[in-house]
Ligand binder design. Structure first.
Ligand SMILES: C[S@@+](CC[C@H](N)C(=O)[O-])C[C@H]1O[C@@H](n2cnc3c(N)ncnc32)[C@H](O)[C@@H]1O
Length: 291
């Protein structure tokens, strides 16, 4: 199933979007840092164990995991996106120094053979909502876990529970044609916005002890070095409309529309900025399940 104007997820994350995420990896990781901390507080990867990172993107979580597992652990980090994997490999070489070795692989988590009963942990930071077939994907991930192994992931709750997305979206929507509603089971950032869906899909794939916990964190989208709200507001507007889900609304729009969108969002964010930082709330599900 395609939910990106007729292109596959592989094409989507290997095209302009993947390149943009690759260029902005440091900003994305800084903004999501409070959520990454929540993910690892729940996953608690055991020293010396093996961990699979699903939809690893530019490798932030794989690198955090490698440090926690130590030199005798092992990380396999899978993604469809060649540009993001290239950034991940480069970073890991520089940053993961004393940690577990990380194998970054170009692989579709739905179909790749990760082996049977290999990993004690599988984790994902916002990488599991994009499967064309979630049932097949989670069954494949479950197979790769050892009995008792745990899957832990973060996904977005509803748009309204994510002001960092809904505030800029409300400003951008009048500039573009209202996007067609996507089917509830289509891949996309809000695929698992309803907690019942997550429970049903994981149970169907054979997972046990499924817990779905709401996690709310303020995200600082940008902070200006000299404390001026205006710079922070512009940088935060760039983040929100270039890297967040709102970017999907502006795809294929002319530069003039993008510029207007950026101006409107920056003006709104300037009013919200405090001490040179633009911070809006994010709402996620933190999901845990056992093989
Ligand atoms: C929102 S990004 C998150 C990336 C990374 N986990 C992070 O937090 O920075 C979603 C990622 O999932 C990857 N992805 C989508 N479908 C996938 C699939 N079937 N198998 C593996 N990776 C997939 C995309 O290429 C993209 O890198």
């Amino acid at each position: 199933m395609m939910a990106n104007g007729g292109i596959t997820q592989r094409e989507y994350w290997n095209g302009e979007v993947g390149a943009r995420w690759a260029r902005n990896q440091r900003r994305i990781d800084a903004v999501f840092a409070p959520l990454t901390a929540a993910l690892f507080a729940e996953a608690r990867p055991r020293v010396d164990s093996a961990l699979l990172d699903i939809g690893c993107g530019a490798g932030d979580c794989a690198i955090v995991a490698a440090r926690q597992l130590g030199g005798r652990g092992r990380v396999v980090a899978a993604d469809l996106s060649v540009p993001l994997l290239a950034v991940a490999r480069e970073r890991a070489e520089i940053e993961a120094l004393a940690g577990a070795p990380i194998d970054f692989i170009e692989a579709d988590a739905q179909t790749h053979d990760f082996g049977s009963a290999v990993f004690e942990h599988a984790i994902s930071r916002f990488g599991v909502m994009f499967f064309e077939d979630s049932g097949i994907a989670f069954a494949n991930i479950r197979k790769a876990l050892v009995p008792g192994g745990r899957l832990t992931f973060l996904c977005w709750r509803r748009m309204e529970e994510n002001p960092w997305i809904s505030v800029p979206r409300r400003l951008v929507l009048p500039l573009v044609l209202e996007p067609e509603a996507t089917p509830a089971d289509a891949p996309g950032p809000f695929r698992f916005a309803e907690s019942e869906t997550i429970g049903a899909v994981l149970a169907q794939a054979g997972f046990l002890d499924i817990t779905v916990e709401a996690v709310d964190r303020p995200l600082t989208l940008a902070r200006s070095a000299d404390g001026t709200s205006r710079d922070a507001a512009e940088a935060a507007a760039d983040f929100a409309i270039e890297l967040g889900p709102v970017s999907r609304l502006l795809r294929d729009q002319p530069d003039s529309v993008r510029a207007t969108a950026r101006r409107l969002v920056a003006e709104d964010f300037a009013d919200r900025a405090l001490s040179g930082a633009v911070t809006l709330d994010a709402g996620c599900w933190l999901v845990s399940a056992r093989r």
